[in-house]
Design a protein around this ligand. Structure first.
Ligand SMILES: C[S@@+](CC[C@H](N)C(=O)[O-])C[C@H]1O[C@@H](n2cnc3c(N)ncnc32)[C@H](O)[C@@H]1O
Length: 184
């Protein structure tokens, strides 16, 4: 096992991301993952971009979206040697809205703003396969998860609370309910 995989598996604060990847691996041969917010510096401990790329070696591809080109440049340096990552410089909402295709997992980790992340969640649903997974980072460490959690609790839709992340299993029912909120 590589050092990156060891680091990924031993990160007890972010177990949802590893679990989510395991869930989609069971259902998909060629996994596609979108992450909003790439590795932004050389001291980042979460390092989701390189961990996911390592996990997806030979079985899938990662699209890492970030508003800031200098962060993308750093992420490219950190993830040197991985050929399964595509970096896109864009606002995440613009990117998700325009995305054509189906994905297995969306990892939402961009701006620390509950409304922005909620909008990422809403825009992720139509492009996620049924049985896909959404992970949101920084649970209890800022406001990223707050609005999504409020809405899911209000709808009584189950989600998993991991230490610093939440995991949401995407179903047809969830897509319909959330779509319904905006069609009235
Ligand atoms: C917390 S960092 C991501 C950390 C990374 N996922 C990791 O684990 O190392 C958040 C990133 O989101 C980016 N960001 C902020 N606002 C954004 C937006 N509206 N759209 C896309 N990316 C954004 C920032 O430039 C920053 O690089």
């Amino acid at each position: 096992m590589t050092d990156i995989m060891k680091e990924f598996i031993s990160d007890k604060n972010r177990t949802a991301l590893f679990k989510g990847l395991e869930m989609v691996k069971a259902n998909s041969k060629d996994i596609v993952v979108i992450e909003t917010g790439t590795i932004r510096n050389h001291h980042e401990t979460s390092r989701s971009t390189i961990k996911m790329a390592e996990y997806l070696k030979g079985i899938g591809n990662l699209i890492s979206v970030d508003l800031n080109q200098s962060h993308i440049n750093i992420s490219k340096e950190v993830c040197k040697g991985y050929d399964n990552i595509e970096w896109v410089q864009s606002d995440s909402l613009i990117f998700l809205k325009a995305f054509k295709g189906e994905v297995d997992l969306c990892y939402l980790d961009s701006v620390n703003d509950k409304d922005h992340i909620y909008n990422e969640f809403v825009l992720s649903l139509p492009i996620l396969k049924d049985g896909g997974v959404i992970i949101i980072d920084d649970y209890h460490r800022g406001q990223k998860c707050n609005k999504v959690v409020d809405v899911l609790k209000r709808l009584k839709y189950p989600f998993e609370e991991h230490k610093e992340q939440i995991l949401i299993s995407v179903t047809k029912e969830l897509k319909k309910i959330i779509q319904g909120l905006y069609c009235d």
